[in-house]
Each structure stands twice: as C-alpha cells, then as structure tokens.
Design a protein. Structure first.
Length: 295
C-alpha cells in the first residue's frame, strides 16, 4: 500500500504536467514518501502489537483473579466446614465424656453423702452441696454441648432446634425468647439447616450482648418459593456505624447466607430494636447449594 501510494503520488504529479530540472528529484521525493509511509506502518504495527499484548495480559490477569476469588471462596467454605466439624466434635466430647464423668462424680458424691448421713456426721450436708455443684456443672456442660452441636439436622429437626434454642435463651439469659412457625418448614439439606441455625444463634448472641433486649422473636416461613428466617428484638438496636461497616459477626452471617444461595438483611425494627432476615431459595433447603468450580 505504501509503494502504491508513492507511485500514485508521483504519477499524479507527472500527469498534471509537473516538470523537474533534475530526474533525480522525483526519485528523491519518492524515497522520502516511502520512508514516511514505512515509518507510519511500523508505528501502527507496533501499536497494534502492544494493544494485543495488553489485551492478552488483561485476559490472563482476569482469569487469575477469577481463580483467586474462587479459591478464596473455596477456602472460606472449607474453614466454615472445619469449624462446624470441630464444634460437633467438641459437643460430642462434652456430652459423651465430660457429662458422663460428672454424672459418675455426682453419684459417687451421693453415695458418700448417704454414708456420712448414716453415721450422723455433719459433713453429710457439705457432701450434698458438692453434689449440687456437680449437677450444676452437668447442666452447664450439656448447655455448652447443645450450643456447639444442637442436634442432627433432619427435615423437621431445625424447627425443634429453634424451639430448644428459644427455651435455652429464656432460661439461661433471662430474656424472653419465642419461636413462631405458623406452618411446618422442612429443611432437608443439613448444610442449609446448620447455616440457618448458626445465623439465628449469632443474631441472638449479638442482640443480648449489644442490644439489651427484653424479648427476642424467631420466625420461620415458607412462602413464594423461599424459606425465610427472621430474628427480631426490642433492644436498643445496632449502631449505624456497625450496620455500615459490618462487624465480624454480620460478615460471617452474610457469608453463611451466601454459601447456601441466600441473602441477609439487617434493618432497624419498628420496636426500636433490630430485624435480621435471612432468605434462601427453597431449592437450597431441599438439596443444598451447588459447589462452585474454579475456571
């Protein structure tokens, strides 16, 4: 194209009647034009090569970032799975080992108290107090085990777990906690049930620690193809800065909701407290979320 352009240029000058005093002048002009055109072509070629190289680097970097994001999500999911597994193991150990050991200790204390009472010794009352303390320890250990590993999450087990959680909070934290579910909500997937339970557990813990409520309500509903969990309290509410920045507990709850294909919303309640709503597709409650595969 450069050579053709030069020939057309020189031919046009000659056809227009241009006269040169020296025949080398047209050759010189043609050489200058060729150098100019070849320079432009060389610059355009390098510019196109740089553009292609930049596109290749952007594509490679995008793929690397996508893989890193997928790997990070996989690691976060694995960390949560390991955490759940360890909590279950500790819960089992507390229930099967520590509680059994304390129960044996209480029985031994009762036998000792009966022997002391048979001999009319004043230490029998002290032995009775020791037995009472050991029984309190059994109750505390069982409550800890129940909090770490509430139950085997079956289809109807989540509703029973929420009811048990509400009863435990009412008795232990001295905050009225109620569970309401107008129609049975069946969550067949263990992972979805566990995440919903942990979200409710973390929400109640935050409300008691920061909101100072008098009443906490847990509600489950199945409507419009979604399973919705709502936890509402009448406390002082979550500070606005915490809602904007998102504390660690809120971020963990949001991540748990995202892992089962749901969403989490933290809003002020009409009663002055806080409403935490987690909504997941009903399909996730039946079969669980599909694992993400890195590209």
């Amino acid at each position: 194209m450069s050579v053709l352009s030069v020939l057309v240029w020189i031919g046009g000058d000659l056809a227009a009647g241009a006269r040169y005093s020296n025949p080398l002048i047209p050759a010189w002009n043609a050489l200058i034009l060729m150098v100019f055109y070849f320079t432009v072509v060389w610059l355009l070629t390098n510019l196109r090569a740089l553009h292609r190289e930049l596109e290749t680097r952007v594509r490679q970097r995008t793929q690397a970032l996508t893989w890193e994001m997928a790997e990070r999500q996989r690691l976060e999911e694995e960390i949560l799975k390991v955490s759940e597994r360890e909590q279950r193991r500790i819960g089992h150990e507390l229930h099967d080992s520590l509680c059994q050991h304390l129960t044996g200790t209480a029985l031994a204390g009762q036998v000792l108290g009966e022997r002391l009472a048979a001999k009319s010794l004043p230490e029998a009352a002290d032995a009775g107090k020791v037995v009472e303390l050991v029984e309190e320890g059994i109750t505390l250990a069982r409550n800890l085990a129940r909090g770490l590993y509430p139950m085997e999450m079956e289809a109807e087990g989540l509703m029973a777990a929420f009811q048990d959680l509400a009863d435990h909070i009412t008795k232990g934290a001295r905050v009225r906690c109620v569970f309401e579910c107008e129609a049975p909500v069946l969550v067949h997937d263990d992972a979805a049930a566990t995440h919903l339970y942990r979200i409710a557990q973390e929400t109640i813990h935050n409300a008691i620690q920061h909101g100072k409520p008098k009443r906490i309500g847990i509600t489950m509903a199945d409507q419009n193809g979604r399973v919705t969990l709502t936890v509402e309290d009448d406390g002082i509410g979550v500070p606005e800065t915490s809602q904007k920045s998102g504390g660690l507990g809120i971020r963990i709850m949001a991540h748990r909701a995202a892992m089962i294909g749901g969403s989490l919303a933290v809003e002020p309640a009409p009663t002055g407290g806080t409403i935490v709503t987690c909504s997941i597709p009903k399909a996730a409650a039946i079969s669980g979320p599909q694992p993400s595969v890195p590209p």
